[in-house]
Write a protein that binds this ligand. Sequence first.
Ligand code: UD1
Length: 422
Amino acid sequence: MYKYLKIKHSPKLKGEVTISGAKNAALPIIASSILAKNPINLTNVPEVADVKTLLKLLKYLGASYNLQNNNLQIDTSTINNTTAIYEIVKTMRASILVLGALLARFNHCKVSLPGGCAIGARPVDLHLKALKQMGAEIKIEGGYINASGKLKGADIIFDKVTVTGTENIVMAASLAKGKTRIINAAKEPEVVQLCEVLKDAGVEIDGIGSNEIIINGTDGELLEFNDIKIIADRIEAGTYLAAGAITNSEITIKNIIPEHLEGILVKFKEMGFSFEESENSLTIKPTNNINPVKIITTEYPGFPTDMQAQFMAIATQANGVSMIEERLFENRFMHVAELNRLGANISINGKTATIIGPTQLIGADVMATDLRASSALVLAGLVAKGETNVHRIYHLFRGYENFVEKFKKLGAEMEILDEPNP
Ligand code: UD1
């Protein structure tokens, strides 16, 4: 049965929220367990739908795991199937992360092509081109990527910075024969953690965190992993700061890595918010005047596309005209029409959205279209007069752990309800 989320006007929040492990760090690291010769222990694993989907895929391939209280034990030594089927891949694009590791370990695999998604075409051509340069034979047949061949090191120059593309090639290169140089690599903290995990497991990796990563592969020898603690989710952290901002309330986020938030904090500060920082926590302070903002989404350490929708919600409450340019994904403005249903004044011209604020939002029925768009609608619902019902709320649970519980603890009034039968 489908669920929706009812949010009641909750103009003031207060309190502390503990940030979970990063979904986008957990996914590639769990995929990298395919390269392990030993069972692996991971902590701080967010128990969100996307992580469960990847585990379901690994189980389907023959691995076994146990996930409890954010601790994951995974054993991939029993994998005996190398086909990632459409039925699972279609529910999560990041399933493509098994491609590099499966190919590197088994010298062949078949992975369903992920389709388009709500935020754009999102092709995987760069992943495939790089694997071909490493000696793989790739054929697309019946909606599947058929990959085979023994991988060897190569110089890869990515035409565009791609996060999962970089991660796939880092994993593939770890077991390849010889040296791989990835030029124009992604520098996101999640890519960095994957590299550090693999380095700790015995792979020679240089240039971690820079745009040129050099990997000396083990020529097929499986890796010995140590215990891993998943880093904090910078997008979840940013979303709770955004909840503080839109309601102009004091909220403290705990268990975070403040330097991962710099690109986001700059924009909160431009909007007039101030912060109190201690080692692993950060408190957002209210402001007398929410300023409009200009944002361009870009690769890390710039402003993340995954925070764009949430800032658009805040901008509806700013005093003046804000502009947000989306440079990474061509169709990531699906939330605009929904925010406008709540009474926002947002127009789109090409890649740029113009938000005229402030507007008094009024509760309405709205539709979630993707993960981050869903959280933006919830944020808007907090300050909208009356009740806002966010439908297709399953998008939210793909990436936010205990979302409703955490918001309720901050004083937000919301509940999950069953959609009535048509
Ligand atoms: C990852 C994140 C996602 C985030 C995005 C950008 C995960 C699981 N997901 O997605 O939350 O929004 O980074 O920070 O970590 N591109 C191509 N060809 C390719 C690959 C990518 O043209 O083969 C394009 C994409 O369409 C997009 C751009 O490159 O325009 C960047 O996408 P990419 O960094 O690959 O995003 P994901 O890794 O899918």
